[in-house]
Design a protein. Structure first.
Length: 376
């Protein structure tokens, strides 16, 4: 049976200190609902002193079907200095983003997913997907959802067989692997899990099986070829789109739930969209029926790219989302209050981050038995 939870609380949230390995980051939240100011677990202190992690660049060589040679996918591996868990989280960003989405440079103690995961004891690898960030940029039409999923499969395989190494040359080895996606990164994650079946859980954010969301027209209206944009005009990349300057707030945010500074940094760090992702996006939706590991879907309540109006809860869009997965996927839905599409940069982001780490702890790191949907 799938489960659904909506945390209906006011924001902005005030953070208080509670960290430690596998801590129950959301314990006590229900008792605080209705208070004018809510206290939840933090990512770290404001100056980052509590972030006991070490981060290094990491690179993977991958291939594309029908394309000669290798391509490089760049990423950043961040490890807790103490109390490392057995599960690795591979973080896969959405379209027009890069790995910065997961380790946001503005007030990272609040917004950084990486910091929350590390403080919960989890190592993360935040990737620049092929065609984004510091990774190689093949011709855009080659970078489809299926090919992107295949490159993630190649990375998972390299980690499983011990051929992937960190900056010191040591193998990157973990007992379990979870894919954590956002938007198109979620689409790629469920495609990878649905075809290759080689991970132990997936976290999907900013996505549902709704194929005609009300926010979709904005993604067409506010996108143009990347070579038209001052940021990418000299890059030489071909077959890519990006967002028109100044439009990301309307596209990706629930504006009452986000700061103008966060949106400004999002604009400054925006990336591109390979044409190829648009070719096969909707051909992957049925693959979720092939996923037989735990699935968590995290959705901003005002995400117009995942839910009908007026909101996810108000429209009931997500009430049947669990039917797209088999019973042994143990589907769980978490709806984030006062958040839009790009959950990580909203005031309520710590709620989503904390819930996710708790879920990974219960359903992957300490799962009772294969097929069990019971949580601690």
């Amino acid at each position: 049976m799938g489960r659904s939870r909506t945390c209906d609380v006011p924001e902005p949230c005030q953070l208080s200190s509670r960290t430690g390995k596998n801590s129950r980051l959301l314990t006590g939240i229900s008792a605080l609902v209705g208070l004018t100011t809510m206290v939840v677990a933090p990512a770290a202190s404001a100056d980052g002193d509590a972030w006991n992690s070490s981060c290094d660049e990491v690179n993977f060589n991958v291939t594309l079907d029908g394309a000669p040679g290798n391509y490089r996918i760049a990423g950043e591996i961040c490890k807790p200095r103490f109390g490392q868990n057995r599960t690795l989280q591979i973080l896969i960003h959405g379209a027009s983003y890069n790995r910065t989405y997961w380790n946001f440079p503005y007030k990272p103690a609040w917004y950084s997913y990486v910091r929350h995961a590390n403080l919960a004891g989890y190592t993360t690898i935040a990737l620049d997907r092929l065609g984004h960030g510091a990774s190689d940029h093949p011709p855009g039409p080659l970078v489809t959802v299926h090919e992107s999923a295949n490159t993630i499969h190649q990375i998972v395989t390299a980690i499983r067989n011990g051929s992937a190494t960190d900056a010191t040359g040591h193998p990157i080895h973990f007992d379990k692997i979870v894919l954590v996606g956002h938007s198109f990164g979620s689409n790629i994650s469920w495609t990878e899990a649905g075809i290759y079946g080689d991970v132990d859980g997936i976290v999907l954010t900013g996505i549902s099986h709704l194929q005609n969301p009300p926010g979709a027209p904005l993604t067409v209206t506010y996108a143009y070829p990347a070579e038209y944009d001052p940021k990418f005009a000299a890059s030489g990349i071909q077959g890519y789109l990006t967002t028109i300057p100044g439009k990301r707030g309307e596209m990706f945010y629930y504006l009452p739930g986000a700061s103008s500074q966060a949106i400004s940094v999002d604009e400054d760090t925006k990336d591109v969209v390979p044409f190829g992702l648009l070719f096969d996006q909707f051909t992957t939706y049925g693959l979720t029926q092939n996923i037989h590991v735990p699935v968590l879907n995290v959705t901003g309540n005002y995400d117009t790219l995942a839910c009908d109006l007026p909101s996810c809860t108000g429209s009931g869009t997500l009430s049947t989302e669990g039917s797209n997965y088999p019973a042994d996927a143990c589907f769980t839905q978490y709806i984030v209050p006062n958040a839009g599409h790009s959950i990580n940069m909203h005031y309520s982001a710590p709620l989503a981050h904390a819930y996710t780490q708790d879920w990974v702890n219960d359903m992957v790191e300490h799962r009772r038995s294969p097929g069990s949907c019971r949580r601690h």
